[in-house]
Structure formats: C-alpha cells, structure tokens
Design a binder for this molecule. Structure first.
Ligand code: NAD
Length: 467
C-alpha cells in the first residue's frame, strides 16, 4: 500500500505492522541483517533511477546525488551491518558492593513500530538514514517521504515494497492530510525531519500516546570568520558548503559574521570560489542545483534586495534558478535575517569583534550548526564555552555529518535527539536494565524492617559507603 484514502486505512496499516512486530519477526537478528542487505541491494540496483529522480526534483547532479544521498546511505548500511553484533551484545555494568553478589547488564531491545517522516531537501537520505537505524534496532516501520520531492517519493514507494519485507515495512506517499492520518495512530517512536511548525504538530500527536520523538529541525547556522585564517582557503570551503544542493541543506551556513575589514577581503575570495566551483555562469553548470518549487523561489528572490549583491547573476524563474549569491551590507534586522534562508543566498553581517559575534548568536535560537573559521585558540575556546549549538565545527562546514561517531541533531529550536552511527540504533532501541541476583546468601537483610538501632547505624554509615 502506498497511498491512503481515509484514516481507517492508516489504522489498518499500522495494526498490521504491529502484528508483525508482535510476532517477533523484526527482532530476529537475521531479519535485521536481511533487511539491511536488501536495502543495500535496492540502492545499488537502482542508482540510476534514484539519481534521475533526484535530478528531477532538485536538479541534483549525479555526483552530488552520490556524495550526499546514495553514498551516505550505503555507508550507513555498511556501518550498521559491521557493528550490529557489537550493538546487540549485552553491555555489562558494575554492581555496587551493597548489591553484590549480582550481575547487571544493559540490553538494547526494539521499541516496536516507528514512523519516519522525511523532508524534500535530501529526500532519499533523510528517509533512509533513519530507516537504517530502525531496521538495525529490529523495528517495524512506516516511511513517509516528502510530497515536495515527488519523483524521489514515487521511486522509493515503488522500490521499497519490492526489496523489503512488506509485512513489517510500509511506505506511504502523501502530504499533510495523509501524514495527519498516520499521526493519529500509536507508534513507539516518531522520527521527524523538517521545519519547526510541523514539528509542533508531530509532538502534539505523539503526546497523546506518550510516544518519544526525534525532531531533526533547522534554523540559522552561522559562520564566524576572523583574520587569523587563510581567507582564500576558507572561502572555498564556505562556498561549497553554502551552495551545495543550492543552499537547501539543513546545516548549510546561513550567514557570515565578520568584521568589516575581514568581509572586505572575503568578498573577492567568495566570488572567486563560486566561479571555481560553478564556472562564470552557474546557470550553465551541471553541478549546480535548482530551487524545489515556485513558492520557495519567490521567497528567496525577495531576499535579494536585502543587501548589496556581491556575486553577479540573475535568477531565472522558468528554471527555478537562484544564482550563488553573497549579500554584503546586510542589516541585522533585514528580512533575510529573520528566518532560515534555505537557499543559495549568503548574507554578511558586520560585527565589531568576537564578543559582538557571540552576543549576536546567543540572542537567537540555538543553531543546528555553528562554524568558526579561526586559528585563534582563544576564539575557538570562547565559542566552545560560550555558545550552544547542535554541532560546532572549526575551519570546515557540513562535513561533521560524515563522522558516524558524532551525534547529528539539534538543541532547543533546532531539534530534539540525535542520530547517525550507533546513535541511530540507540534512537530506535530501548535500553533495558537487567539485574540478576542469587536468592542466597541473603545480603539484603539490612534493608528489611524492622529497623533496629544497629541496622539504623549501619544504614546511615556503611550502606552509603558501599553504594
Ligand atoms: P517538507 O515540507 O517536506 O515537510 C516535511 C514532512 O512533513 C513531509 O513529509 C510533509 O508531508 C510533512 N508535513 C508537512 N505539513 C504537514 C502537516 N501540516 N502535518 C503533518 N505533516 C506535515 O519539508 P520542510 O519542513 O520544508 O523541510 C525543510 C526544513 O527541514 C528546514 O527547516 C530544514 O532545516 C529542516 N531540515 C532538517 C534536517 C536535519 O537533519 N536536522 C535535515 C533536512 C531538513
């Protein structure tokens, strides 16, 4: 089933998945391995189909599709397959003297039925990366791709039932109405990636069943850059991170904070970096993407008047093309500074110094990522200690999500929970505490009433020392 016509179909779907989960099917180690391997095969067999769909939805080049969607998913699957045995092993924990003799373990068990709701900007990666965690952890899953990336949604809706076990894994296409029907059902975890407005709808629906949520959201991720770095080299990395997927990346640098003199020098380097990446006319570049739809195109076009456009180029409405743009002389209260830009426009805001930059960042919601381009140890320490963000990266942007050991997620308005690597497995697992203590000898007599005077003394003194 890939489309729902009424809410009762969502109810029937989720109850059939729950039956499969309750039967013990999905918890079996071999089932998890089979599904992960089948997902791998799906991606490998259909690379061209997926690349074409991503190109249709976002004008993504095949290299970018490989780098940011297909390759990431294959890497995630391999990592999960390689580490699954270790993740499934009971983790022994030490037992305090007062409880000895006993053995204590933590065992990860599946949570049950999970709902994964994905956005349009990395429509394959952001649907399948959480799926890898959910399958590795042994759950049944409902997948809801974004309707705003219809080609990718349709391709995955067709392929997933062919490769994966339909008894326990379903994909449902649709928009707000269908997602609403799905959200009326009871799950054991809801994993949502997207904007803060819908996140609130998701959390409200989850609250009805006390269902835990992961909310992978966005916001404005700043760059701070100072004169201690090689500005030419920094500009290259900044331009790549900003204009990847035409700026439609949740961890894309949203704006730059720098002193006037650094900005002055950086401008020319950014223009040169854009030309090096996409040629003199990025409209002609096969490597430069397009804006997802007309609404976003109109929204982004409106921002172009919020500063002095540094890099040349005109938007093209028919192609939904917004050129890689740097905006100088942007006021702190300009429209482009009010919400996440989510497009290829990079405003530069003048700060007097590092403290001014930190105060500005701290006056806004906690970002998903914060990028500091500085060789100055004190500056790096100041950002580490005095700001809060989902991630903090020095002299690089976006790449932190390629490190499986680093949690990927937000804080405050930028999200709840984190995943990737083992955390994807943990997100969809319950850590069950297991304690086993022999009945004899009875070492617990001290905690049983009646509390005689000698027991009271022992409780006050000895027990505290032993725990
Ligand atoms: P979107 O419009 O595709 O919405 C996401 C999902 O929510 C879709 O599946 C959609 O069907 C569903 N939805 C939309 N309206 C709904 C409603 N009223 N009720 C229930 N479900 C509804 O994507 P988007 O929200 O525009 O995505 C962009 C945002 O996502 C940006 O803020 C970006 O920063 C953020 N994002 C975060 C990450 C991350 O990993 N933290 C990754 C990518 C994008």
């Amino acid at each position: 089933m890939t489309t729902l016509k009424k809410v009762s179909e969502a109810t029937a779907l989720v109850s059939s998945l729950r039956e499969a989960y309750d039967s013990g099917l999905t918890a079996k180690r071999q089932w998890r391995i089979n599904q992960l391997t089948a997902l791998r095969q799906l991606v490998i067999d259909n690379q061209k189909v997926l690349e074409d769909a991503l190109h249709q939805d976002l004008g993504k080049s095949s290299s970018e599709a490989q780098l940011t969607e297909i390759g990431i998913i294959l890497g995630d699957i391999d990592y999960a397959l390689k580490n699954l045995s270790a993740w499934l092993k009971p983790q022994k924990v030490s037992v305090p003297l007062a409880v000895m003799p006993a053995k204590a373990f933590v065992v990860s068990e599946p949570v049950g039925v999970a709902l994964i709701i994905a956005p349009w900007n990395y429509p394959m990666q952001l649907l399948l990366a959480p799926l890898v965690g959910a399958l590795a952890a042994g759950n049944a899953v409902v997948l809801k791709p974004s309707e705003l990336a219809p080609a990718t949604s349709a391709a995955l809706a067709k392929l997933i039932p062919v490769y994966l076990d339909t008894r326990a894994i379903a994909i449902v296409e649709g928009a707000a109405k269908e997602t609403g029907w799905l959200l009326e059902q009871k799950y054991d975890h809801i994993f949502y990636t997207g904007n803060g407005r819908v996140a609130r709808i998701v959390m409200e629906a989850a609250a009805k069943h006390l269902t835990p949520v992961s909310l992978e959201l966005g916001g404005k991720s700043p760059i701070y850059i100072d004169e201690s770095v090689d500005l030419e080299a920094a500009a290259q990395r900044i331009a790549w991170a900003k204009y990847l997927n035409a700026g439609q990346t949740c961890v894309a640098p949203d704006y730059i904070l720098a002193t006037a003199s650094v900005q002055h020098e950086l401008e020319a380097h950014l223009v040169a970096a854009i030309a090096a990446l996409y040629g003199a006319d990025p409209l002609q570049s096969e490597d430069y993407g397009r804006i997802i739809n007309d609404n976003h195109f109109a929204r982004l076009s409106g921002y172009l008047a919020d500063g002095r456009v540094v890099a040349d180029g005109k938007p093209n409405k028919a192609q939904r093309y917004i050129p890689p743009t740097v905006l100088a002389e942007v006021k702190r209260d300009a429209g482009v500074m009010q919400e996440e830009i989510f497009g290829p426009i990079l405003p530069m805001i003048t700060v007097t110094d590092l403290d001014d930059a930190i105060d500005f960042i701290n006056s806004k919601s906690k970002p998903l990522a914060l990028y500091v381009f500085s060789e100055n140890t004190l500056a790096r320490r100041a950002f580490t200690e005095r700001t809060s963000s989902g991630a903090l990266a020095f002299n690089v942007a976006v790449i932190h999500l390629s490190v499986p050991g680093l949690p990927f997620g937000g804080v405050g308005e930028s999200g709840i929970g984190a995943y990737r690597g083992k955390r994807s497995f943990d997100t969809f697992s319950h850590e069950k505490a297991i304690l086993s203590k022999p009945l004899k000898p009875e070492t617990l007599a001290l905690v049983f009433p009646p509390f005689t005077e000698s027991k009271k003394k022992l409780i006050k003194g000895l027990l505290r020392k032993l725990s």
